[in-house]
Design a binder for this molecule. Sequence first.
Ligand code: NAP
Length: 279
Amino acid sequence: MKFGLIGHPVGHSLSPALHNVSFKHLGLDYEYVLFDVEKEKLGVFFDNAKKRGMLGVNVTIPNKVEVIKYLDDLSREAELIGAVNTIKFGDKLTGYNTDGIGCAQALAEAGVDIKGKRILILGAGGAARSIIFQCALDGAQISISNRKAEKKMAIDLSKDVTKKLKVECPVVDLNNKSVAKALEGSDVLIHATPVGMHPDTDASIIPADIIPENVAVMDIVYNPIETKLLAEAKKNGCTTINGVGMLVHQGAQSERIWLGVEPPVDKMRAAVENTLKSD
Ligand code: NAP
């Protein structure tokens, strides 16, 4: 039990499936386990984890921001994003954020090199924030669209990106007309809200017929593997990328940080897909 996930709740996580298959493949006698830790108990958790010689953890909701005060150091990405999903134990505790890198690697795997691309992101929550900073760091031009009632969240995120990275990040209203117009000048659409996630699989954040055929569409929702948005965009002729790739690549990046290994990404993906299909 040298690795694990800390969150609350953590019951339905796919992380043990993808990390344990990797450890087995690499011949490493480690086990990745789930730790249900409320944010008030994080201090106690870290004291015990250090005593037990843990090597690394992933962090999920609601602890991604709260853990920062227990860490000695942050990677550049984690500092920019203001949230941590990976911690390496050692002489000091170092926090990283691999969500955005996972997304960029999933896009690259599908043949989408984000440097110089115009990317529209739907959503301004935690995942969108990680993706936006990574895409901006990688030289993409980003626009953000969040639902109108909460547009302030998108505006704050846009201002934060501009302040920290000196790049413009326009905000688009989340309605079909404004999104359709923004998509005319986009190369990639990334959907980063929970709309369409199991069990509401009949929902889609926008109708796919407003997406031009030349726009690559990524949905970071991974359950179902093919969301309604992706299925319809595919019918329209768009390149589509599901959320499993981001999940697997963020995990693979965590293992590179913890252990300096090259994880078996295809085996990790198969483990996630098999678990999703058997649920
Ligand atoms: P979050 O921090 O709670 O943010 C959710 C975002 O979705 C917010 O911008 C929210 O807008 C928006 N939203 C929620 N319900 C909506 C609705 N009905 N219509 C329009 N917008 C809506 O969540 P998160 O951590 O960013 O996660 C978002 C999704 O990404 C989840 O489904 C999660 O499972 C998935 N995810 C996937 C990966 C992966 O590796 N593939 C990684 C992380 C997350 P408001 O601000 O207006 O509420």
